[in-house]
Design a protein around this ligand. Sequence first.
Ligand SMILES: C[S@@+](CC[C@H](N)C(=O)[O-])C[C@H]1O[C@@H](n2cnc3c(N)ncnc32)[C@H](O)[C@@H]1O
Length: 207
Amino acid sequence: MDVLTRQKWDRAAGSYDLMNGYGQELRWAPSKRRLFDRMRGRIIFASIGTGQDIQFFPPDRDITGIDISAGMLERARPRAAGYPGRLELRQIDVHELDYPDGWFDQAFTACTFCSVPRPVDGLRMLRRVLRPGGELFMFEHTGSRYFPFNLMLNLMTPLSRRFGPEMNRDTVANVARAGFEVAAVEPVYLDVVKMIRALAPAASGSR
Ligand SMILES: C[S@@+](CC[C@H](N)C(=O)[O-])C[C@H]1O[C@@H](n2cnc3c(N)ncnc32)[C@H](O)[C@@H]1O
C-alpha cells in the first residue's frame, strides 16, 4: 500500500466533511443522484471517502466501497450502516485490487482520480476487475481548457496536492489511456466538473 498517500488522506479525514460538506453536496446532488441511479449488478465504488455520497445511492444495490484511508472509512461506517442495501467497506489501494478479473459489473468514482497518485494505473486496475463491456461512471473535477481557469487550476495544484487532490488532471484522456472506450462526457460545471461514462473493452486483456 502507498503509505504516504494513506497518511495524507488520514490527516485530511478529520476536516473533510467540514471542507467538502453540506453546500457542495447539495449543489451536486441532482447530478450525482442521476449518475448513481444507473447502478446495476455488482458494483465497486472507488474511493468512497467519508461516505458523503451514500445518501445518493439508490436502495437495494450490491456495492463494495473501497478507500486507501482508514480515517476516511471510519467516518463512512455509520453512513454505510444506514444504507438500505448491501454496502461493504474495504481499506485497499485502488492500484492493488485483489478481486478476480471481471468480478464487477460496474465501477463508480466521485472525485477519485484527482487524488489517486497514478491515475492511469488505477484506472487500468478498475478496468481489470470490470467484466468485458462493464461500465465505468465517474463524477470528477478536472483541469480546464479555458483561460483563466486553466491558469488558476495549474497554479493551485502544487499546493493542493500536498493536502489533497490535484486540480488540473485530464481525467477523460486518462480514462482512454487506461484502455476504456469513453462513451459520454457530460459537463456539470464549466468544463471542470463533469460526469463520464466509459466502457471496458468487450474482449478483456491487460494493456
Ligand atoms: C477527494 S477525496 C473524495 C472522497 C469521496 N469520493 C467524496 O467524493 O467525498 C479522494 C479519496 O480518494 C482516496 N484515495 C486516494 N488515493 C487512493 C488510492 N490509491 N486508493 C484508494 N483510494 C485512494 C482518498 O483516501 C480519499 O478518500
